[in-house]
Design a protein around this ligand. Structure first.
Ligand SMILES: [Zn+2]
Length: 361
């Protein structure tokens, strides 16, 4: 495909995309900017793409380049006992790049109470799995909420933290209903760790009514803990997000937690989730940073999108439209309908020197 309109490059300039012998190049343009935007390739730090092994996995390419996403973080679908399969069969078969948060539960999300039994957690086997797949593993995933951990309480998180610290990797922690209490969860996290489902809105969530963080979350943020949206089927409350963003606490990264049970709604895809955060008051440039620099940094894929001579290494081109794409709905995880004034719709991606059309957003 070709794009014959001038683009607004995230960060300010106007430019055109021109295919050439050395790939696709971004060249400055004096004309008025059009409706198209270009910036780094999007990344979704929390998705579930272990298709065929877990009941909830979607096909990676269904939520990949066709939706503007270049890079996915599979968030704990695989544990020590099942990571080899993800690396051997899923990663090389997908066009979209995949990084993995390895679950502290050995079987990952093959069953959905992966850490309810101590026999399903093996610290040394998890460290060995990480060492086998250093090029794919970006961190350790622990789901630290009552329905998952049962009587194990904080132990999965404590053991996950042990593995993460030994391996020198961040933790991604799913928060939700107590027990364990959110204060106890947050107090175990440190610089670079990620709290996913940060705006979940269930009883015991870490936000005050004025949108400011609870004392434990405030302490965690001051230690360098990062907030990740992880929308999911039950983990995004728009009113919590709106108040937190207004109070100056936007997410570091916007992610979908896309899986089989939410891909037909309420999640759909990353651009739908991005549009919801836009509707909750995040400026466009911040939304883009939260799907580019922030998650790429977390996923260990922060390479620049543009060479100095203008050659594009990776990019997502998108349009901001006034009308929603036909199949999109905007409900949060409680069924509250959002009414965005602008809609982020992917148009194309550039990767490996090729400009490819993206599907309808
Ligand atoms: Zn998830």
């Amino acid at each position: 495909m070709t794009i014959d309109e001038p683009l607004r490059v995230i960060g300010g300039r106007t430019a055109r995309l021109a295919p050439g012998p050395d790939g696709v190049r971004l060249t400055p343009d004096d004309g008025p900017p059009g409706e198209l935007f270009a910036g780094p390739g999007w990344a979704d730090a929390h998705a579930h793409v272990y298709d065929g092994m877990t009941e909830i996995g979607v096909a990676a390419d269904e939520v990949g380049l066709a939706t503007g996403v270049h890079l996915l973080g599979d968030a704990g679908s695989a544990g020590a006992a099942t990571l080899n399969g993800l690396v051997k069969y899923v990663v090389p078969a997908a066009e979209v790049r995949i990084r993995a948060w390895v679950n502290i539960g050995s079987y990952g999300l093959v069953h959905m109470r992966e850490t309810a039994d101590i026999r399903d957690v093996d610290v040394d086997a998890t460290l060995a799995a990480i060492d086998r797949h250093r090029d794919i593993v970006c961190g350790v995933k622990v789901r630290s909420s009552g329905v998952i951990v049962g009587a194990m309480g904080l132990q999965p998180l404590q053991l996950g933290r042990l593995v993460a610290r030994e391996a020198g990797l961040p933790l991604m922690v799913h928060i939700g209903e107590a027990p364990p209490l959110i204060e106890d969860v947050l107090d175990l996290l440190g610089d670079g760790d990620v709290v996913t489902h940060c705006y979940h809105g269930k009883t015991g969530h870490p936000w005050r009514a004025d949108g400011r963080p609870s004392p434990a979350l405030d302490r965690a943020l001051n230690r360098g803990v990062r907030l990740d949206v992880g929308h999911g089927a039950a983990s995004f409350a728009a009113d919590i997000a709106r108040r937190a963003i207004a109070a100056g606490f936007p997410p570091h990264s916007i992610s979908t937690d896309v899986h089989v049970r939410n891909i037909r709604g309420p999640v759909h895809d990353l651009p739908t989730t991005m549009t919801k955060l836009l509707a909750c008051g995040m400026p466009l440039d911040d939304v883009i940073a939260a799907v580019t620099h922030a998650p790429r940094d977390v996923l260990g894929a922060a390479e620049p999108w543009l060479d100095e001579d203008g050659v594009v290494r990776h990019a997502t081109v998108f349009r901001l439209t006034e009308t929603a794409p036909p199949h999109r709905t905007y409900k949060d995880a409680r069924g509250v309908i959002l009414d965005p004034r602008a809609h982020i719709v992917p148009v194309a991606t550039v990767r490996n020197g090729t400009l490819t059309a993206a599907g309808p957003g």
